[in-house]
Design a protein. Structure first.
Lengths: 581, 386
């Protein structure tokens, strides 16, 4: 069985208590995202800055064991950017330290009277005065605090009110999307540290060893992971050329899908320039992050794409500098880049490298034009009278995959519970990376159920707090074996899949209670009216509106939603969620 | 979905994996569709309804797979554990249930990608495409074929075939198709245009399939032209490589090769070490079977797929260990060195790699020839006892 001890922290009273969820709750939630949703649901109608709305940090049941790539955490609350529920799966060592400290998660409520830090060391929890640190960059804070274990913190942007503020773990791992950093800063919580010296037992060590071997064997067989151009050798930057080659690299605020200079701004170019070494999360042998020989972290794929093609920028240094600023100030690089692209299109200003970095600092410190840009592209575009120039879904800016190049991606963006996010359905796996097999990326055929199945599976992965990249090679079959070995429960892949359906459906219920409906499950109009950039034998037509709506309707049927995208009563009962409705 | 269901039903027949009219495929988006009517659909509907999948396949395997699978499932067997690389990596083991009923099927399919129902057929599934179900079906047939012959070779070594084994072997051999007598010509190099390079790679893949040298249509082909290696993509079907060949610059200046075959590294290193221009790899059954047949009693037994103390060969072709892909025990660490001394190498339990200069003719010719020799050798060894 899964035993999790959850630390509840009330910042207002500095009250602490430990709670242990029942085995039934753990079975229904798994951990991570599922468990965070369990704690969020009763409070979800509270505004994001309501001190009673919990900010949740949840590890997974495999975290701290030898199960490969299972050391992530889920951070969850409501998004200041979208108003919807929002969760981020983030790497680093926080989850690993948390489990070794004897905890499975942290529920933060209340608001401190001044910027505060929470420090956890095995059985002890203390508060520290962080009044002088509100303006401290996340990199410097991590440097100063890392002897206290893993560090999760926010940067100056969060304390200045930027709606896409991130929470940074161990300096460079971002819970980037949706502005959870702003939620944390609104509680006057600057950082958490956690250090653990215990161990996390497995019920069946031999079974876990066998499952881990199966996982590593499949990872080794996956070109996207261990291949010469896979994530181990090239980092996530490996996707940059692929998006360009497939004519689906968002360019000039999604007005085009091909950026000619991209060939000189790819993984190879960064490697030639900065001679990086690989680093990565605790318990992962892929190590997909890159640090240059000067010690500066290199941008990941999304950041590379948005700070080059999306802004029509050809300066490699500016891409790296933008990444460094966003990480240090604590801002989501995707939303930051896309908001600048929106600004560029509306104002007609071609952003020079110095303007890009200057505007980023203005956003982070909420000065000048940055004040409005820091509210995200949707509010900015609305204020400027051009709402259609915000390339976002539910107010969350779209990442580096143009939906005209992949219909599953188009549908997945629309149905994601947190907005313009590629990671909930992750159709790039089969539409572009050909895993588990290739599907026709220009067709909606079969995509409704594929998206639903993938959303359920990814809900499981985020609840196990495993790494989605590993599923370019593995499946839930191998992770179910690891889960069973760790917990002693006899659980199959399909059992987990069913649990994932329940977890994701609960998120739909939460969003519907917040007023989200089919009106929000949509794409910016540009994608239905303007083609992408043809070439290389590839024609990138606009998304067919009727086909999109038909696919979305099929998705609603498969998911158990009505025509308005709202949860059906019989589905709520079928999933045993009626007490929550 | 209907188009995909029909496509893979036809492909099962073309590949000799099922007989016409046997494959039953279901595909589910918002509505469930079948490629044809069948009494088994209510049971399979229950199965698909109980799982998070989008496609299901049920069919009797064609001969000789049917005879082989029935033989392997005799008695109280609840699971078949082949040792070949594909099964070890992707399927793990092959569960067996005795009844085509939703309960027993669901129990096994919830944890594995296939289930064998003796006397009835094989059930497999997919989460994104019926192609997955097709691949798993094919892989089960391949794995059982390899296990059957491997078991017989072992039985022979232990003192001789039983009368039951002899009887089954005789029946299986009756069903084995004739081996191709002629080597078809492939496009000749040197190539003047890039389109010709793409066409040559696609042609080699198609002929590899047409000559029965594959498992699940899998394998990989590469051809060097100027400073680029043109290689088939991962999970591409060798008979449908048009649009599934990725150009990988040899100077590493682009990462488009992230979708290339999992053996890209082994291909590149082989070409670099040998000066060859082309590599062809497939999973011909008897080459795989013979690579696994070893009489040596050594400390590595049971780990032959990752290490081997002996310098082994079959029909004059070196056999090396190595798992799929680029991990620490991957064949990328063993194959290229072996290819320096030989223009063909078999990877233990996995498949055959051949190389050639200028175009793919030499590589294809060697592939066909070596598989033919392995087939003759295997059958002659087993028939010695008759």
């Amino acid at each position: 069985m899964i035993r999790f001890r959850i630390l509840h922290v009330d910042l207002s009273s500095r009250g602490l208590h430990i709670e242990e969820p029942t085995p039934e709750i753990m079975a229904e939630c798994i951990g991570g995202k599922g468990l965070a949703g369990h704690y969020l649901h009763p409070h979800v109608r509270r505004e994001w800055d309501d001190p009673e709305l919990p900010l949740l940090f949840m590890a997974g049941p495999l975290t701290g064991t030898s199960a490969p790539a299972s050391g992530r955490i889920c951070i969850m609350s409501r998004s200041p950017l979208t108003g919807a529920i929002c969760d981020c799966s983030v790497g680093g060592s926080f989850g690993w330290q948390l489990r070794r400290a004897g905890l499975g998660g942290i529920v933060v409520t209340g608001r401190a009277s001044a910027p505060t830090g929470i420090e956890i060391s095995d059985g002890s929890v203390s508060f520290s005065d962080a009044s002088g640190l509100a303006e401290a960059g996340t990199d410097l804070l991590h440097r100063d605090l890392r002897d206290r274990g893993a560090v999760a913190c926010v940067g100056p942007a969060a304390f200045h009110g930027v709606r896409f503020s991130s929470i940074m773990v161990d300096g460079v791992y971002a819970a980037g999307r949706g502005g959870l950093g702003l939620v944390m800063a609104s509680r006057n919580l600057k950082y958490l540290t956690v250090k653990g010296t215990g161990s996390v037992p497995a019920a069946d060590p031999d079974g876990l060893r066998e499952a881990a071997e199966d996982i590593r064997r499949l990872v080794a067989a996956a070109p996207a992971l261990m291949g010469e151009y896979g994530l181990r050798n090239c980092g996530t930057a490996a996707c940059y050329d692929l998006m360009s080659w497939n004519r689906m690299m968002p360019t000039a605020n999604f007005r085009r899908t091909f950026f000619l200079p991209a060939a000189g701004m790819n993984s190879h170019a960064f490697s030639e320039r900065w001679k990086p070494r690989r680093v990565g999360c605790k318990g992962c042998h892929i190590q997909c992050k890159r640090v240059g020989e000067d010690g500066v972290h290199l941008p990941e794929f999304e950041t590379m794409s948005h700070f080059s093609a999306l802004l029509m920028n050809t300066d490699l240094d500016a891409v790296r500098e933008a990444n460094t600023i966003c990480n240090s100030m604590g801002m989501d690089t995707i939303s930051a880049g896309a908001t600048l692209a929106c600004y560029s299109e509306i104002t007609g200003e071609k952003l020079t490298p110095s303007r890009i970095t200057g505007l980023l600092m203005d956003i982070a410190l909420q000065r000048g034009e940055g004040t409005l840009l820091g509210q995200g592209s949707r509010i900015y575009a609305d204020e400027m009278g051009h709402p259609d120039r915000s390339m976002s879904v539910k107010g969350m800016e779209l990442p580096g995959y143009d939906p005209r190049g992949a219909m599953g991606m188009a549908l997945g963006y629309a149905t994601s519970t947190r907005g313009g996010c590629h990671l909930r359905a992750y159709p790039i796996s089969h539409e572009i990376l050909r895993k588990p097999v290739a599907t026709d990326r220009f067709s909606f055929e079969g995509k409704a159920r594929i998206v639903k199945i993938a959303e359920d599976m990814n809900a499981v992965i985020d609840s196990l707090t495993a790494c989605k990249f590993f599923f370019f090679g593995c499946s839930l079959e191998e992770y179910a074996a690891a889960f069973s070995a760790v917990t002693g429960l006899d659980v199959s892949a399909q059992d987990l899949q069913r649990t994932g359906e329940r977890i994701y459906f609960r998120e739909k219920m939460m969003n519907s209670s917040l007023g989200f409906s089919a009106l929000d499950d949509d794409l910016p109009s540009r994608f239905f009216s303007e083609p992408g950039t043809h070439g290389g034998g590839i024609e990138v037509a606009p998304v067919d509106r009727e086909e999109f709506l038909a696919a979305r309707q099929r998705y609603y049927t498969v998911r158990g939603l009505d025509d308005s995208g709202l949860p059906l009563g019989e589905k709520i009962i079928e999933l045993g969620l009626e007490e929550l409705s | 979905m209907r188009g995909l269901l029909d496509k893979y039903a036809a492909k099962l027949v073309t590949a000799g994996l099922a007989e016409p009219g046997d494959p039953l495929l279901g595909g589910l988006d918002a509505e469930l569709e079948w490629n044809r009517e069948d009494d088994a659909t209510p049971v399979l509907e229950e199965v698909i309804g109980g799982m998070g999948i989008n496609s299901i396949l049920f069919s009797r395997p064609a001969e000789p797979y049917r005879t082989i699978i029935e033989h392997l499932c005799r008695g109280e067997v609840s699971s078949i554990r082949p040792r070949d690389a594909e099964t070890r990596t992707f399927l793990h083991d092959l569960p067996v249930v005795r009844e085509l009923a939703a309960g027993p099927l669901l129990e096994k399919l919830r944890i594995r990608k296939s289930v064998i129902v003796p006397g009835r057929g094989i059930v497999t599934w997919g989460t994104v495409s019926p192609e997955q179900a097709f691949i798993f079906f094919s892989s089960v047939c391949f794995a059982c074929f390899v296990k059957f012959f491997s078991d017989l070779l072992e039985e022979r070594r232990q003192g001789g075939l039983s009368s039951l084994s002899r009887t089954v072997l005789a029946r299986v051999l009756e069903y084995l198709p004739e081996y191709p007598a002629d080597v078809p010509p492939l496009m000749s190099g040197p190539f003047g245009k890039e389109e010709d390079v793409y066409a040559a790679v696609a042609q080699a893949g198609r002929l590899t399939v047409e000559n029965g040298l594959v498992d699940s249509f899998f394998g990989n082909v590469s051809l060097k032209w100027r400073n680029t290696l043109y290689i088939s993509q991962t999970t591409s079907s060798l008979d449908e490589l048009e649009g599934c060949i990725v150009p990988c610059p040899l100077d590493g200046s682009s990462c488009v090769g992230i979708t290339a075959s999992s053996e890209l590294g082994a291909h590149k290193e082989t070409l670099s070490r040998t000066g060859a221009d082309a590599v062809l790899h497939s999973h011909p059954r008897f080459s795989v079977i013979m690579s696994m047949d070893c009489a040596e009693d050594c400390p590595d037994r049971g780990y032959c797929h990752i290490r081997c103390s002996w310098k082994r060969g079959v029909c004059g072709v070196p056999v090396v260990p190595g798992e799929v892909g680029a991990g620490p025990t991957g064949l990328c660490n063993t194959l290229p060195a072996a290819m320096e001394d030989s223009n063909a190498v078999i990877v233990w339990g996995h498949g055959l790699f051949t190389r050639s200069i200028g175009d793919l003719n030499g590589a294809f010719r060697r592939l066909l020839h070596i598989e033919g020799e392995c087939r003759d050798l295997c059958i002659s060894m087993l028939m010695e006892d008759h």
